[in-house]
Design a protein around this ligand. Structure first.
Ligand code: SAH
Ligand code: MG
Length: 217
């Protein structure tokens, strides 16, 4: 199904922008356009996101999935990344579960997907990324990696998920900073560079820290 829309409608856009998270509007729109093209290129195949947090980026991807007649799997353990924990730069005390004292973004995620009317198009998978990847077999039209930004989780996401991108499908990576002065290195060193150096992926576009690669082999 071809999707000629220009982007999110006003209601979903305002929900996405009101959602806690780390996806700038311009990059969300670039993510949307890349996912729309990928869904048209590999019809019927699902989308998958690693790292949903409160569902901000998921609104853009869910909108694409809905219009393409497919789904987006949203993988997250909902316990936060290193940099989301207490004492770190991106910590938000309002997403801590008082009973356990641990982060729990799942209730926020559910509320956002409900309010955006995307429950038919977004399938949450609550678990550790590498554990989910270990038994995954379905080819993906679109893979978005925005999970743990440490060296090990980034490498495990590269190894566990990128083989599942269909030929002609798309790999999008967030928080890619070629210049160390701009931010942490693992998404660049453990995902972006290996993907290009593997010869399996070719760079298609860059918007802010978002990189979009096409699977060619
Ligand atoms: N895409 C989101 C931001 C994601 S933040 C947005 O648009 O705002 C990174 C997320 O990755 C966090 O929610 C964290 O819980 C999740 N994460 C980090 N490491 C993970 C792992 N190993 N398995 C599953 N989820 C992980
Ligand atoms: Mg990010």
């Amino acid at each position: 199904m071809s999707d000629e829309r220009a982007g999110l409608d006003d209601e979903r856009r305002s929900i996405a922008l009101a959602t806690r998270g780390f996806m700038p509007e311009l990059e969300g729109d670039a993510l949307w356009a890349a996912a729309r093209d990928a869904a048209a290129t590999v019809p019927g195949a699902p989308l998958l996101e690693v790292g949903s947090y409160c569902g901000r980026s998921t609104v853009w991807l869910g909108d694409v999935a809905e219009h393409a007649g497919t789904v987006v799997f949203a993988v997250d353990h909902h316990r936060g990344s290193e940099e989301n924990q207490a004492g770190w730069e991106h910590h938000d005390t309002s997403v801590v579960d008082a009973r356990t004292g641990k982060m729990d973004t799942l209730p926020f995620f559910r509320a956002v997907i409900h309010d955006a009317d995307l429950e038919d198009a977004v399938v949450a998978i609550v678990g550790r990324s590498h554990v989910v990847a270990a038994t995954w077999t379905t080819p993906l039209a679109f893979l978005f990696i925005d999970g743990g930004h440490g060296e090990l989780p980034a490498r495990l996401d590269y190894e566990g998920w990128t083989p599942h991108v269909a030929i002609g499908g798309t790999l999008a990576i967030h928080d890619v900073f070629p210049d160390p002065a701009d931010g942490g290195r693992p998404p660049y060193e453990q995902i972006f560079r290996p993907a290009l150096e593997s010869g399996r992926f070719r760079l298609a576009s860059a918007t802010g820290s978002l990189r979009v690669l096409t699977r060619v082999d």
